[in-house]
Design a protein around this ligand. Structure first.
Ligand code: BGP
Length: 463
């Protein structure tokens, strides 16, 4: 019998800016993703949109116009949930308006209706690297407290509008990437000071608490979580310096979920702030608000593990080199170590730490897919990755971890956040489009399509 409980949510996850395209259609304004060429992770972006240049988010895989066809394929695989984000700039094109854009609201009404028609629960991220560009350019992004009000207004509008359609929400995607990817995460510049980065995070904690409060008031049956990127981190050796340094690194990463899940700043933060000359502007009532409205669950992405050495260079770049080399692990074509046991470890670590439900909202294999002479894409490496990781997730459930669901990242090929490429593909569904934007956008099934279908049909038994 399956170890996964009845009602375990199985599906896939995308983000609006990596899939929808239609970046300036039906009143949508530009988001920070729309000025990026070559991946939002680097933070490199143009000051204004150059019509002669290629921006991957502008068309992406045109999910905006293909969603019916795509949702039908998800339904064929048996999805019971589907994670995507609402593009904030479809609802408020600049972010600071008071009246929402009806055409944008209507698009998500139609998308959610289409999902619900097949019994697929929408799981919605409110902000996935998609802060309105005007809020970056004119307000300086999340380091400005005004964004709390703008975000809260946006949340209020979408909670009311979709109260009968969406039960699962998440606030900010991978907030713990603030130090590594400040532009994507906080709409602040790459060279920002620690003071600015932690201030931006504080504003997002306040916004997160207000969103949780509003969501519970407007949709009592809903659950709203936070979302983090959580690779497992191993010390490179048993040298106590490596172990201590790894613990510190882990704390800095879990700082974000500690605040949002537990409702308080961890005990070690005053020392960090003192040593880095950080003086946070905390308004009256902020800490009480954060304490009163913690997240209902922790959503997280897991792709790989990281090996950390105290005096070594901690390298993370978009080309894919991650930490030091772990001799025990194979890597993907992008250099991401494949570590299914690490997945079980991280599930247990988080279940122990927070004692609240976990939702695996991203896990997947980014690889290069070749169409063979018969038109078949035989993506066995993707299937192996999925099989190993779901097997370890089953072990984590058997260990006692409370896991709500699992959404494979990029069930249909989309633009890579790290590199801006189409070539780095995660999908069970292939999209005919290349790195230069050429292709018919035709969808076709890879071999992994039937594999995932069988996994869902057997509630994770038949791998
Ligand atoms: C996560 C992001 C996603 C996503 C994924 C895979 O960090 O939340 O947006 O794209 O990583 O990364 P990439 O696209 O760089 O392969």
């Amino acid at each position: 019998m399956s170890v996964f409980p009845k009602g375990f949510l199985w599906g896939g996850a995308i983000a609006a800016n990596q899939a929808e395209g239609a970046w300036n259609v039906d009143g949508k304004g530009p988001s920070i993703s729309d000025v990026v060429r070559g991946g939002i992770v680097s933070g490199h972006h143009d000051a204004t949109i150059d019509p002669n240049k290629y921006y991957a988010s502008h068309e992406a895989v045109d999910f905006y116009h293909h969603y019916k066809e795509d949702v039908a394929l998800f339904a064929e695989m048996g999805f019971t949930c589907f994670r995507t984000s609402i593009a904030w700039t479809r609802i408020f094109p600049r972010g600071d308006e008071t009246t929402p854009n009806e055409a944008g609201l209507k698009f998500y009404d139609d998308l959610f209706d289409e999902l619900l028609k097949y019994g697929i629960e929408p799981v919605i991220t409110l902000s996935h690297y998609e802060t309105p560009l005007a809020l970056y350019q004119e307000y300086g992004g999340w380091k400005n407290r005004k964004l709390v009000d703008f975000f809260t207004r946006y949340c209020d509008v979408v909670f009311r509008r979709y109260r009968n359609k969406v039960k699962y929400w998440m606030t900010f995607n991978e907030l713990n990437n603030m130090n590594r990817m400040p532009f994507a995460t906080g709409a602040v510049d790459a060279g920002s000071t620690p003071q600015e980065l932690y201030q931006a995070a504080h504003h997002q904690f306040v916004a997160n608490a207000l969103a949780n409060k509003l969501c519970h008031e407007i949709i009592p049956q809903a659950q709203i979580g936070c979302m983090l990127s959580l690779s497992t981190v191993y010390p490179a050796t048993c040298n106590p310096d490596d172990i201590f340094s790894t613990m510190q690194l882990r704390r800095r990463s879990l700082f974000y979920s500690d605040v949002m899940m537990r409702g308080e700043y961890p005990a070690w933060t005053p020392r960090l702030f003192r040593e880095q000359n950080i003086e946070l502007a905390i308004a009256d009532g902020d800490l009480e608000l954060i304490a009163s409205h913690p997240s209902d669950y922790l959503g997280f992405s897991y792709y790989r593990s990281v090996l950390h050495q105290a005096d070594g260079e901690f390298r993370i770049d978009t080309g894919g080199t991650v930490g030091q080399d772990n001799p025990y692990l194979e890597k993907t074509a992008w250099g991401w170590p494949i570590d299914a046991k690490g997945f079980r470890i991280v599930c247990n670590e988080l279940a122990d730490r927070y004692r609240k439900p976990l939702f695996i909202v991203e896990n997947g294999y980014g690889g290069v897919d070749e169409v063979d002479e018969n038109g078949v894409i035989n993506d066995t490496a993707r299937i192996d990755y999925g099989r190993q990781h779901i097997r370890e997730m089953a072990e984590a459930v058997a260990d006692g971890c409370n896991i709500m669901g699992y959404t494979w990242w990029g069930p249909i090929d989309i633009v890579s956040a790290g590199t801006g490429e189409m070539k780095k593909r995660y999908g069970f569904i292939y999209v005919d489009k290349d790195n230069d934007g050429k292709g018919t956008l035709k969808r076709s099934k890879k071999r992994s399509f039937d594999w995932y279908k069988q996994v869902i049909a057997s509630n994770g038994e038949n791998l």
